[in-house]
Ligand binder design. Structure first.
Ligand code: FES
Length: 120
């Protein structure tokens, strides 16, 4: 199934992408310049911010619950399950990192929680 991806911080440019492919692969095929590293969801380099819509990113292991709740998505494994709007690049990373000494994660924000299956 095809979905529309809007990149809000690139003049709202839109692309049609295949829901079976990762957003990183789909967008790079369209010559969108995106950073990436591992390409298996482990290093966080390709993170972007999802502002509208839904993705399936169950394969990612880089984000904790706080980052997921803040809307971050891992483009190398995320596949759209609806039309989406994302912010890409370093501009999207405003809340991605925080100082763990000044602002430690709460237990419910730790990554172990995301391994639990979602309630249907
Ligand atoms: S490239 Fe490493 S998490 Fe996507």
């Amino acid at each position: 199934m095809a979905y529309t991806v809007t990149i809000s911080n690139r003049d709202n440019v839109r692309y049609q992408v295949d829901g079976k492919r990762s957003l990183l692969d789909s967008l790079r095929d369209r010559a969108v310049d995106l950073p990436y590293g591992c390409k298996y969801g482990g290093c966080i380099t390709c993170a972007a911010k999802l502002t509208v819509g839904e993705v399936d990113q169950r394969r990612q292991v880089a984000l904790n619950n706080r980052q997921i709740n803040d809307g971050y998505v891992i483009l190398c494994v995320a596949r759209p399950t609806s039309d989406i709007t994302i912010e890409i690049g370093v501009e999207s990373h405003d809340k991605l990192y925080r100082n763990p000494f000044l602002d430690p994660l709460k237990p419910y924000e730790l990554k172990a929680d995301i391994a639990a299956p979602k309630e249907a």
